[in-house]
Design a protein around this ligand. Structure first.
Ligand code: ADP
Ligand code: MG
Length: 229
């Protein structure tokens, strides 16, 4: 199943996203506040205390996840656009992804087919996009998964490939990628792909998703090379 993702009409303006993310973070904060109040209210048995504490920690983790999926967009604009060397940024993102991968015993392979690929944009946001997409790939795999990252020049584009051998997606799932709050995970935020896609598109990048249920998923992200007109 191959699908060119083109719902540009669905790209949210950053301020819209910010408003909804703020709303999402307020929910866990409100419940943590309530449970801390309960904890302070005196005669509670140990069982109740432990239970309330557990809820507080889970809610804080959830807020943390929302913030980390959203990290780069939450940073104040104006953007910091500059010439970016892709291999360096891929390496950076890969180092971060390694900590998630090790935890699940997943291997990461990097293949650099072409060197000195320069594009133009905000490198912090680019890192965030790669990390979000890579994190999903890792989360889609069980033990012994393999995450392949590849960099290659294709005509006038720098192409970044993120490939996993995880659970894959149906056509319907692929079509919902990038829309806010779409998640199939128990504790997902459904913000990671939305944030990544809007970052990539802002940098004039295109995204192609190829996926097969139970086989794996490949994201092919192409950016115009800087200075190549
Ligand atoms: P979250 O990771 O919090 O669920 P995302 O926006 O990052 O939110 O991803 C949305 C959904 O897209 C995921 O819940 C998952 O169903 C699907 N998805 C994204 N990437 C992959 C992948 N590499 N393999 C399988 N499913 C994926
Ligand atoms: Mg995610």
């Amino acid at each position: 199943i191959q699908q060119q993702l083109q719902h540009s009409e669905k790209i949210k303006i950053i301020s819209d996203i910010a408003a909804s993310v703020a709303h999402e973070i307020r929910n866990p904060l409100t419940s943590v506040r309530g449970f801390i109040q309960l904890l302070g209210s005196g005669d509670l048995n140990q069982e109740k205390k432990t239970y309330y504490q557990k809820i507080c920690l889970e809610e804080l983790d959830r807020a943390q996840k929302i913030i980390s999926d959203y990290l780069s967009l939450a940073k104040p604009d104006p953007e910091n656009n500059e010439i970016i060397e892709l291999e360096q940024e891929l390496q950076y993102a890969s180092n971060i992804l390694n900590s998630y991968a090790n935890y699940q015993n997943i291997e990461i392979n990097i293949t650099i087919k072409d060197r000195d690929l320069f594009i133009y944009g905000d490198k912090f946001k680019l890192r965030q996009a790669i990390i979000n997409i890579g994190k999903n790939a890792i989360e889609a795999m069980t033990e012994d998964g393999l995450l392949e990252l590849e960099l290659v020049k294709l005509k006038k584009s720098a192409v970044l490939i993120v490939k996993d051998n995880g659970i894959g997606m149906s056509l319907e799932q692929i079509n919902r990628l990038g829309t806010p709050y779409y998640s199939t995970k128990d504790k997902g935020t459904g913000l990671g792909t939305m944030v990544s896609f809007s970052i990539i598109r802002k940098m004039q990048g295109t995204i192609e998703v190829h996926s097969e249920k139970w086989k794996g998923t490949t994201f092919t992200i192409a950016f115009p090379l800087h200075g190549d007109h």
